[in-house]
Design a protein around this ligand. Structure first.
Ligand SMILES: Cc1cc2nc3c(=O)[nH]c(=O)nc-3n(C[C@H](O)[C@H](O)[C@H](O)COP(=O)(O)OP(=O)(O)OC[C@H]3O[C@@H](n4cnc5c(N)ncnc54)[C@H](O)[C@@H]3O)c2cc1C
Length: 351
């Protein structure tokens, strides 16, 4: 992200220091979800779009994700979930829904997530849709299971897509407290366990018409996809920058022996700079193109994996401690690679 944008942004460093840094180990262990921190981000006005252009709001969101990712990618991922849900509400043509939820989401009063991995894989021809929607008077009834949805809690909401029939899918906005919806917390992942991730089973959940984001999900996904992918890119950028900085810090250890390692900080920094420049080119172009973002997202994953691996090698056994920052970033980076669109998914759609 351009330095001038970063300066203008006034990223709340005090909030990162006081409300996130002290909790990173507990977040990594899975015993803490940074809900209060996320709500406070909403209170800063940085998520607001009313006085900003679409691209300005996107840039600010991306910069926030990156700054948070430098401290804790798990929490940056939670913010991504919220930004994805915000994107759905910003783009819906259901005006009453937008009028009601946009201020609540942008101020952090309500936190939200996204259950769109399966639909994204469905539209890329990877798998069938997991949710079904049966139209009824004044709404639809949803059934099926989503194996993992993050940034959830009793009072949170999330976006889902369900199949109505062979030619139609709809997109809904659902509260976690909906009758018939059961949530089972998932904590056994290699990393990102403090992401409030749940398996969500819909047993005939009624969703009223007021909560339908789109009657034509296939078309709606085309509108939101560039934002969905763009907001993910800084998850990797933050980790790469932190890995580079951590490599620099170890350079004097053991009489500077790390300089013999093949991957060095300056090479990673050049690769990172290249990605930032490509991002800037996309952001100043007239139309936001999802494929350009997807290419950049893929290259960011590969760079992230290289950076976290290099950081592990530079740190030696100190990095091999379970709770060390390099090992946390290594585990978080593998999640970034397996977050939809995953590496294999991106490689397929970019053929
Ligand atoms: C921590 C975490 C948080 C996530 N949060 C969200 C979210 O907020 N929203 C969302 O929509 N998606 C979420 N996902 C899903 C994520 O975005 C990707 O879709 C998923 O990780 C991609 O995995 P995959 O492509 O291997 O497909 P998967 O759907 O995981 O599986 C591909 C194949 O592997 C099989 N498989 C899956 N798990 C196992 C297992 N444990 N053992 C054996 N076989 C298995 C499946 O049956 C399938 O055949 C989350 C995933 C994780 C790990």
């Amino acid at each position: 992200m351009e330095e001038s944008i970063r300066e203008k942004l006034h990223i709340p460093q005090d909030l990162l220091e006081a409300e996130l840094k002290p909790f990173v180990k507990r977040i990594d262990e899975g015993s803490y979800y940074a809900k209060d921190f996320l709500k406070k981000i909403g209170k800063t006005d940085l998520l607001s779009s009313s006085t900003r252009s679409q691209v300005e709001a996107l840039r600010i969101g991306m910069t926030l994700v990156e700054e948070i990712s430098k401290v804790c990618m798990t929490t940056a991922f939670c913010l991504w979930c919220h930004l994805a849900a915000l994107t759905y509400v910003r783009h819906t043509s259901n005006q009453p829904l937008k009028n009601k939820f946009l201020p609540l989401l942008e101020s952090g009063e309500i936190l939200a997530g996204t259950g769109l991995s399966n639909p994204m894989k469905y539209y890329a021809g990877l798998e069938k849709l997991h949710l079904k929607a049966q139209p009824v008077e004044e709404g639809v009834i949803l059934s099926g299971t989503l194996p993992a949805v993050s940034n959830l809690g009793h009072d949170h909401w999330f976006g889902v897509i369900a199949k109505v029939d062979d030619d139609k899918e709809i997109m809904c906005f659902v509260p976690c407290y909906a009758e018939g919806l059961s949530l089972k917390e998932k904590l056994d992942y290699l990393g990102v366990n403090g992401s409030a991730t749940y398996a969500c089973t819909f047993h005939d959940v009624f969703v009223p018409t007021e909560c339908i984001l789109s009657e034509n999900a296939a078309e709606f996904v085309k509108q939101i996809r560039p934002f969905f992918i763009a907001y993910q890119i800084p998850l990797g950028l933050g980790i790469v920058q932190e890995s580079i900085d951590s490599i620099v810090k170890t350079s004097k250890r053991q009489n500077g022996c790390n300089r013999y390692l093949k991957k060095q900080a300056n090479e990673l920094q050049t690769q990172l700079q290249e990605i930032r420049q490509r991002l800037e080119t996309i952001l100043i172009s007239e139309e936001l193109n999802w494929q350009e973002f997807a290419e950049l997202r893929l290259d960011t994953v590969y760079l992230t994996l290289e950076a976290v691996q290099a950081s592990m090698l530079h740190h030696g056994s100190a990095g091999y401690m379970k709770d060390s920052a390099p090992s946390r970033r290594l585990r978080e980076a593998y999640f970034f690679a397996n977050l939809t669109p995953t590496v294999k998914h991106l490689e397929k759609v970019l053929q």
